[in-house]
Design a protein around this ligand. Structure first.
Ligand code: NAG
Ligand code: NAG
Ligand code: NAG
Ligand code: NAG
Ligand code: NAG
Length: 449
């Protein structure tokens, strides 16, 4: 089924691809520590509702306000530097000013980027170039070079931040954003460069008033008491040391643990396969196939018992006629994590989405054989997520959300059915997502392992 994919979504998905593997040797310059900073103008990506977070950051001298997509799986902070190729003009383009200084290719920061487009560092003053090529998949390319630049956090200016100037963005649309900001454990990410040990975000469900936020430090952080915390697992040697891994131990449907999911299903295997990490740029959630099958069957049978059958029982996904789904009392879903006082109760919007004119689908899919599971951005919307980073471990604290209860006003679009019209059947997220596109992103992501 050919459904036009929003270009911005495509970009978000594709930019998940650049490999993050490599030495995690810190190569960054000393910077004054940012204690508390709340990002300006934090907002959930619109209008496609794929659950990413966009925020403003002040860059350069004189200061320029640029918008970035927060990406917890990526390392580099970059913005489009000037128009070229298909780069879109509706996003502010960074103009290098007086504090902008390109980094030489022999710089340690350049080496920690770990993805040199060429190894032609013949003169130390040569620019440190990077290039990501999606051409083989017909979706464009991006290249640029590293520089140091001054970032401003409120009144505080931080010089010497390593910053990617992407002067050749051959991607059809940036969807109004200037670039991406890596929040991973990698040495060049925003949090690593600032030596921030805690960050929090809240991605709104995207229905009307947008109360999204992003903060560094303690401001807005979910406190562990009363909220639920689980360890952030250090990567094993065969995993990607830049990602945030958690110990998912089970899934509950309507409060009952799915006993058919074997212990260890989500655990990382000796060969590095498996495991569970979080993403803020992959909208859907992918679970190990064995677990997914059990979950899908349980949800399908509980919904079928209400007289509503899945649209295509043989397909991998789980979709219902939108019309019929409205009357369903959607089974409650909760994720169980190691150490958390209580399970993470999900809102229906976190796992069912209006897919197109006809269908409402589960936004959880099976991950390819042997791949890690990904807790996607839609799953995380509507609650504060706080990352405490200690060394290669730390702690994830997640705020409870009112499970299935309050149904925010609908953002518009072709489905005006008020969510509260049916007790127990809150409106699913309205996300025009294309499953194949998500799978494509997933395949790209796999290339890094
Ligand atoms: C490296 O430089 C040589 C000589 O200028 C050039 O032929 C070669 O294509 C360059 N390699 C890459 C990967 O750009
Ligand atoms: C790069 O730096 C290393 C170590 O400082 C040095 O040995 C090497 O000669 C430098 N290479 C260039 C091209 O300047
Ligand atoms: C959870 O954290 C949030 C965000 O800081 C806070 O407002 C809330 O009071 C906490 N909940 C409980 C029950 O402590
Ligand atoms: C049902 O799903 C299967 C497997 O994905 C697919 O081959 C088939 O075409 C689908 N049938 C319909 C009616 O969509
Ligand atoms: C994950 O949690 C389970 C259950 O609490 C525990 O047995 C296991 O050791 C944990 N795994 C890791 C890697 O911490």
């Amino acid at each position: 089924m050919a459904v036009a994919m929003p270009a911005a979504l495509l970009l978000l998905l594709l930019l998940v691809a650049p490999p993050a593997a490599g030495s995690s040797e810190a190569a960054v310059r000393p910077n004054p520590k940012i204690v508390n900073w709340v990002a300006g103008n934090a907002r959930a990506s619109t209008p496609d509702s794929f659950g990413s977070l966009i925020f403003d950051l002040s860059v350069g001298t004189p200061r320029q306000t640029l918008s970035f997509v927060m990406d917890i799986t990526e390392q580099l902070v970059w913005a489009q530097c000037r128009e070229h190729g298909f780069a879109q003009s509706q996003a502010p383009t960074f103009r290098p000013g007086s504090s902008f200084a390109p980094i030489g290719c022999n710089d340690t920061a350049c080496q920690s980027l770990a993805q040199p487009p060429d190894d032609n560092c013949t003169h130390p003053d040569d620019h440190c170039k990077y290039a990501w090529d999606f051409q083989r998949r017909g979706s464009g390319a991006m290249s640029g070079y590293l520089a140091t630049e001054t970032f401003s956090f409120g009144a505080k200016s931080v010089p010497g931040m390593v910053f990617g100037c992407s002067d050749n963005v051959m991607v059809r649309a940036l969807g109004g954003v200037s670039g991406f900001a890596g929040f991973s454990r990698a040495p060049l990410s925003l949090v690593s460069q600032l030596h921030v040990s805690k960050f929090s975000y809240f991605i709104d469900h995207n229905n009307g008033d947008d109360s999204s936020f992003l903060s560094l430090g303690d401001a807005g952080a979910a406190q562990a008491m009363g909220n639920n915390s689980t360890p952030l697992l250090p990567a094993t040697t065969r995993q990607d040391s830049y990602l945030y891994y958690v110990n998912l131990t089970g899934i509950q449907v309507d409060g009952e643990l799915l006993a058919d999911i074997q212990a260890g299903t989500f655990a990382v295997q000796e060969d590095g396969s498996g495991g569970v990490f979080l993403s803020t740029t992959i909208p859907y959630t992918f679970l190990q196939e064995a677990a997914y099958k059990v979950l899908k069957q349980e949800l399908a049978s509980r919904i079928r018992s209400q007289g509503v059958a899945p649209m295509n029982a043989t397909a991998d996904d789980l979709c219902f006629l939108k019309e019929n789904f409205r009357s369903v009392k959607v089974p409650r879903l909760a994720l169980v994590f190691d150490g958390a006082d209580a399970a993470m109760e999900l809102n229906v919007k976190n796992y069912f989405s209006i897919y197109d004119e006809w269908r409402t689908c589960l936004t959880i899919l099976p991950s390819p054989n042997g791949a890690a599971a990904v807790l996607g951005s839609l799953l995380q919307t509507g609650r504060t997520m706080t990352y405490d980073i200690h060394g290669d471990g730390g702690q994830l604290t997640f705020e409870p959300v009112a499970a299935g209860g309050s149904a925010p006003a609908h953002a518009g679009g072709p489905d005006p059915a008020p969510a509260h019209a049916h007790a127990g059947a809150p409106a699913p997220a309205h996300a025009s997502l294309v499953i194949t596109a998500t799978l494509l992103a997933w395949v790209l992501l796999l290339q890094q392992f």
